[in-house]
Design a protein around this ligand. Structure first.
Ligand SMILES: Cc1ncc(COP(=O)(O)O)c(C=O)c1O
Length: 454
């Protein structure tokens, strides 16, 4: 009999705890600094933005943190998510490698983002919060928080990056269906948005700007908190349910990955699939290659500087040490909107500096080509962001073919692209341009990095 295609875990085997990689790091990640004092931030500095439970998770060094039962109850709507052996893609590539993908597109919003939206909404509700402001790039995070807000009775306002707002009207309709309010960013609703529109009324927006707007609203309204869909330690930790399930499913398959691949925007789905495997290694287990794939038009990990920087454009956030292209850098309006962020998660950046992960960058046309091959062999149309992981996995499989090696490759198919079909239409019509990032703008943005004594 041929090897099975799907590996499904019973609901009773859904992980009960998140994995916190901070417990196993050989060197702790650099502290988050207050931009005024340049001293490490404390819980009180973050309290206007986040409920205390999430602040505690942000700095926790406990290895395991329990997933509250009401959160697990919601997760059971779609989790455990399937692990699939990509037999047909392997055949199409003629590779001796075994390719597995963890499919996160089965969630109600169509990506991995509800894995953190649901607990964030839950902790806010438990803290008595009634309103949340957030940003969204691709619309995946905004619709995930809108979904989670609907479950826990929270009013959600989403500042959606202008280019995505224009490219993806149905993501907005989805957010509104869940009851959220969606605003194109930069907007006239905040000081940050008004200042940017005064300079350029046609500004395409960026995640950095949308974050500024949402943070400003939370910081200036007592009844409103802020939620972030990536980058922060607690967000990355919430995603580790992905990798933990994958470990159990690969055990069912009798395989152990040699290479783990994920796409990186802010780093959360990549952390989700890879941190549990890195944890095994850091606790004395076998070394695997862990590969982050980013867009060549916004290459923070491969071309950015490892330095303290702001998380947003208007400089309302604390300073974190990360790979950054500069907080004022506006990436070109390419289609993987969720990957248009100037920085990278501090934990992912730290692991890169420690040599524990690798990073590569690809242009969008090559990623769409990979996504179309995947759709034509496996059936699922990946999100444009996920196409970067597909491309990374295909490159590894083709290397195995050249080298005659039968390695096991695992990648995170972090979302489907059903709301991204205009991007696919543009790709098929030959209208997508592979824009390199603007060296001059990058140099200017990096020149503006805050100066922090070493
Ligand atoms: C489907 C999808 N994948 C990936 C990303 C990038 O975020 P992260 O690197 O945090 O996973 C996004 C962000 O919006 C997304 O929507």
């Amino acid at each position: 009999m041929s090897a099975p295609t799907k590996y499904l875990l019973d609901e009773s085997r859904m992980p009960t705890h998140w994995y916190n990689i901070q417990a196993d790091l050989p060197v702790p990640a650099p502290a988050v600094l207050h931009p005024g004092t340049l001293q490490p931030v404390g819980p009180d500095d973050l309290a206007p933005l986040f409920p205390m439970e999430l602040i505690a998770q942000e700095v926790s060094t406990e290895r395991e943190i329990e997933i509250p039962e009401p959160v697990r109850e919601v997760f059971r709507l779609w989790r455990p998510a399937p692990l699939v052996r990509a037999h047909r893609l392997e055949k199409a590539l003629g590779t001796p490698a075994k390719i597995y993908y963890k499919y996160e597109g089965v969630s109600p919003a169509g990506s991995h983002k509800p894995n953190t939206a649901v607990p964030q909404a839950w902790y806010n509700q438990q803290a008595g919060i009634r309103k949340i402001a957030t940003e969204t790039g691709a619309g995946q995070w905004g619709s995930s928080l809108a979904f989670a807000g609907a479950l826990f009775g929270l009013q959600v306002t989403v500042y959606q990056v202008r280019v995505s707002y224009d490219q993806k009207p149905y993501r907005r309709a989805l957010m509104e269906t869940y009851g959220a309010r969606c605003v194109a960013s930069p907007s006239m609703e905040t000081n940050a948005g008004r200042a940017i529109l005064a300079q350029n009324p046609e500004h395409p927006g960026s995640l950095g700007i949308a974050i500024s707007e949402a943070v400003e609203v939370a910081a200036t309204h007592d009844d409103t908190k802020y939620a972030l869909g990536s980058v922060l330690n607690h967000v990355l930790m919430h995603q580790t349910i992905i990798g933990q399930e994958a470990i159990a499913q690969l055990e069912m398959a009798g395989d152990d990955p040699d290479v783990v691949v994920g796409c990186t925007g802010g780093g959360s789905n990549f952390a989700g699939i890879s941190f549990p495997f890195l944890g095994l290694q850091l606790r004395g287990g076998r070394k695997r290659r862990i590969v982050a794939v980013e867009p060549a038009a916004c290459p923070s990990l491969t071309r950015g500087k490892y330095a303290y920087d702001f998380g947003d454009t208007a400089h309302l956030t604390p300073l974190t040490k990360m790979h950054t292209l500069g907080s004022t850098f506006t990436p070109p309006g390419f289609h993987a909107g969720g990957l248009r962020y100037h920085g990278m998660a501090p934990l992912v950046s730290h692991l890169k500096e420690l040599g524990l992960i690798e990073a590569v960058a690809y242009h969008q046309n090559a990623c769409f080509e990979a996504g179309v091959l995947f759709a034509r062999s496996e059936g699922i149309v990946p999100a444009p962001e996920a196409n970067h992981a597909v491309k990374g996995a295909i490159e590894e499989a083709l290397r195995c073919k050249r080298e005659g090696r039968s390695e096991v490759i695992l990648f995170n198919l972090c979302g489907h692209g059903h709301f991204d079909m205009s991007a696919y239409s543009n790709y098929m019509a030959g209208k997508l341009v592979d824009q390199p990032y603007d060296e001059k703008e990058l140099a200017m943005a990096l020149a503006g990095l805050p100066s922090v004594p070493a």
